[in-house]
Structures are given as structure tokens and as C-alpha cells.
Design a protein around this ligand. Structure first.
Ligand code: PRP
Length: 182
């Protein structure tokens, strides 16, 4: 499908993200200070930048694992069905787990993944999302920690894509569609 032309306006700077990640890491260190080895689970693909920055600020013994769940196609519409495309490599029974997400939108993904992982009887199961868009929520779910609450704008960057582009932007930007040139 051809993309409509768009520009990206910066919404949250790389500097603001770094400062917030540092603050979140401090809270997580406090929560898991007594944990032997925390399992940090990144939800692919969107969380790959956030988890990389977050674990480097944690200063705790961590094991990093990934799970891929998908609720979007290549466009902007959210479908309700959450599919697990790739499961964890390691076991989490009895282990403390932190699930790392880039954005909570309708809430289906993180809510489904939390339920899914709970069935494996982890120790503490906590969730963190860099961004939260409460205006879009369809299920009653809130991450234990949120970096930034944002309005209902279409965002990209810092791991988040539009049709598999723009994940590598170092900031969070707002997509603004422009008219086709005459
Ligand atoms: C996006 C995003 C979250 C999820 C949030 O993932 O990364 O995981 O949607 O939406 P929700 O709260 O409405 O469920 P996506 O399925 O696009 O995959 P990606 O992480 O590979 O980009």
C-alpha cells in the first residue's frame, strides 16, 4: 500500500527520554533490589531500544529475554487479536519478571501478555511501558510504570514504527500527514 506523505514533528526529545529512563531505572532498582536475577522481557519489536537503554541503567543482575506479540498490521488500525509470534527462551517459574513495552495503546497486548506469562507462575510480574495513550484504551490495564502519558497522536521513533520505518529515530515524533503535492 503506498504511504501518504508525512512529516515527523519531535514530541519527546532524546534528552527527555534519557532522563526519564534514568528515573524509571531508579524505581525498578528499588522494587527489585532483593531479587537474585531479574528476568527482563522485551516485547518485540517495538521495545528493543527502550529495553537496551533501561537495562544499562539498572545496575542489577538481569537476564534478558524476548517475546514477540503482535496486534497491529502494517497500517494504523489496531486489531483486537493478540498473537504470540515468538515465545521466551528461558523459564520464569518462581522468578521475578519485568515486561518491557514501548507503548500501551488499546492495552490488549500488554494485558494479554501479562495473563499469558502469569500462567507460568512467576514470582513478581511487573510491567513497564515508555508511553501510555490512555485515550485509546479498550481494556482496563495500566502498566506498573509509565514513562510518558501522551495524547492520541500517531507516534514513531525510539523503537516505534510506521509501516516498519522510523524505529531508529532517537526521539519520539508525531506523524503529521501532509497533502500530496499539486
Ligand atoms: C505495538 C506496540 C505495542 C502494541 C500496543 O506493537 O509495540 O506492543 O502495539 O498496542 P495495544 O496496546 O493496542 O495492544 P506491534 O504489534 O505494532 O508490533 P511491533 O512492536 O513489532 O511494532
Amino acid at each position: 500500500m503506498p504511504q501518504k506523505p508525512y512529516v515527523i514533528d519531535e514530541m519527546i526529545s532524546a534528552k527527555a527520554i534519557a532522563a526519564r529512563v534514568e528515573g524509571l531505572a531508579k524505581d525498578i532498582r528499588a522494587e527489585f533490589a532483593d531479587t537474585d536475577k531479574l528476568v527482563v522481557v522485551g516485547l518485540l519489536r517495538g521495545s528493543f531500544v527502550f529495553i537496551a537503554d533501561l537495562v544499562r541503567e539498572l545496575d542489577l543482575p538481569v537476564e534478558v529475554d524476548f517475546l514477540e506479540a503482535s496486534s497491529y498490521g502494517d497500517g494504523m488500525e489496531s486489531s483486537r487479536e493478540v498473537r504470540i509470534l515468538k515465545d521466551l527462551r528461558g523459564k520464569i517459574e518462581g522468578r521475578d519478571v519485568l515486561v518491557v513495552e514501548d507503548i500501551v495503546d488499546t492495552g490488549h497486548t500488554l494485558s494479554h501478555v501479562s495473563d499469558y506469562l502469569s500462567t507460568r507462575h512467576p514470582g513478581r510480574l511487573r510491567t513497564i511501558a515508555l508511553l501510555d495513550k490512555p485515550a485509546r484504551r479498550e481494556v482496563d490495564f495500566k502498566a506498573d510504570w509509565t514513562g510518558f502519558e501522551i495524547p492520541d497522536e500517531f507516534v514513531v521513533g525510539y523503537g516505534i514504527d510506521y509501516a516498519q520505518r522510523n524505529r531508529n529515530l532517537p526521539f519520539i515524533g508525531k506523524v503529521r500527514f501532509v497533502d500530496d503535492p499539486a
